[in-house]
Design a protein around this ligand. Structure first.
Ligand code: ADP
Length: 374
């Protein structure tokens, strides 16, 4: 949309007609003040500004516009029949105009100038947006580095502390106490190991290099392994398996990667439910020969507006991010693993009550007959 500013209605009508006949959309203002008001309200692509107007002349309008963030980048072309001397033309450019045309002028040339200025200003806008997006990516990267360093530093500091304590215990001849400290430091090393592995997986996903090793395997053993693993790390937590039997259910996939998904769901179910000691794993056979695994906790839950982003890279629910440690990579990696198994995933949750994270993957053709019997 082009704004035409002139105090003479006949000039406005003539210019409007000319530009609209060339396919431009136009708006008009009969004074400098009105032009300023309109430009602050609506986004114009270009302004054609008469120089000589009573009260606020064209130069004053251009100067005022250059002071507002909303209007400062709108290209202005001055038009004048009277002020044609070099002094006025200089003033026109100094006040922020892109061009200064003196009447009479060639309409074709005016149209070419308008097209060029509009094109240039669009290019400038998209470049600015691009710069902003860069800047934004840079800020995100810095924020991530700062969180990641903190997350890595915490277990590392603990390891250092426990090993010092173990050394002191040994010096005092208290071997049993020393063993306890070494055990504790081992847990922190495992945590570090997990963080570094997640970081590596995330980088591999980005590069399309996350490798999968597909085999046929029984799903029951995988689930039991995952539960045993988690129970060893989080003692005192009760994990119950309900639903369909997994006997004879074989899956064609990457066993370690699918176990990684279960471990992540289970450890989150424990982490985000600090006041509950119970987790349920529900198995069901879904349509089209799929198996569905749901992990339910009775923890803090997630509000509906946050649920969509949970599987995004580095996403963490902000309200809880200070209370619980993490980098927001686990569910992103899970999503990638499940997708690579032609599966689906999702969450159902109620704040304050708990969450169920599920995933659904195909049972391989080989086990089709067996599952029909279940
Ligand atoms: P992390 O736990 O390291 O932050 P995840 O990718 O595993 O990373 O999870 C992303 C976010 O999803 C978590 O930060 C948390 O806000 C939320 N979340 C995941 N699992 C649960 C759960 N069981 N209950 C509540 N919130 C959860």
């Amino acid at each position: 949309m082009i704004l035409i500013v002139d105090d003479k209605p006949e000039n406005l009508i003539a210019m409007r007609k000319t530009l609209e006949s060339r396919g431009f959309q136009t708006d008009t203002a009969l004074s400098g003040e009105l032009a300023l008001k309109k430009a602050l309200k609506q986004a114009y692509d270009l302004i054609i500004l008469d120089v000589q107007m009573p009260e606020m002349d064209g130069f004053e309008v251009a100067e005022a516009m250059s002071g507002h963030s909303k209007t400062k980048d709108i290209p202005i072309i001055f038009l004048s029949a009277v002020n044609v001397s070099k002094e006025f033309i200089t003033k026109g450019y100094a006040s922020g105009g892109r061009d200064y045309l003196v009447k009479p002028f060639d309409t074709d040339i005016l149209v070419l100038k308008i097209q060029t200025f509009i094109k240039l200003s669009r290019m400038q806008r998209s470049l600015q947006e691009e710069i902003e997006r860069r800047k934004e990516a840079e800020n995100k990267k810095n924020e991530f580095i700062s969180i990641a360093s903190h997350e890595l530093n915490t277990p590392l500091t603990s390891v250092k502390g426990y090993l010092q304590l173990a050394g002191l215990s040994l010096a005092k001849g208290k071997a049993e106490e020393a063993t306890t400290f070494v055990e504790r430091s081992k847990k922190q090393v495992d945590k570090l190991n997990g963080l570094v592995a997640d970081l590596l997986d995330t980088t591999k996903i980005e590069a399309g290099k996350l490798k999968f090793n597909y085999t046929h395997f029984g799903f029951a053993a995988l689930l039991q392994n995952a539960i045993d693993n988690i129970s060893q790390v989080y003692t005192g937590k009760n994990i119950t398996v309900t639903g369909a039997s997994l006997e004879n259910i074989s899956v064609y996939g990457d066993e370690n990667r699918l176990e990684q998904v279960l471990l992540n769901y289970l450890s989150n179910a424990i982490k985000y439910a600090p006041d509950s000691d119970h987790v349920t794993v529900d198995i069901s056979l879904a349509a089209n020969n799929h198996i569905k695994i749901g992990v339910t906790d009775y923890g803090i839950g997630i509000s509906p507006d946050r649920q969509k982003q949970l599987f995004d890279k580095f996403y963490r629910v902000e309200e809880n991010s200070h209370r619980f440690q993490g980098l927001g990579m686990g569910l992103y990696i899970c999503a990638e693993i499940i997708k690579r198994h032609q599966g689906t995933y999702g969450v159902k949750s109620e704040p304050g009550k708990g969450s169920t994270f599920h995933f659904c993957i195909p049972i391989n053709a080989q086990s089709e007959q067996q599952t029909d019997l279940i």
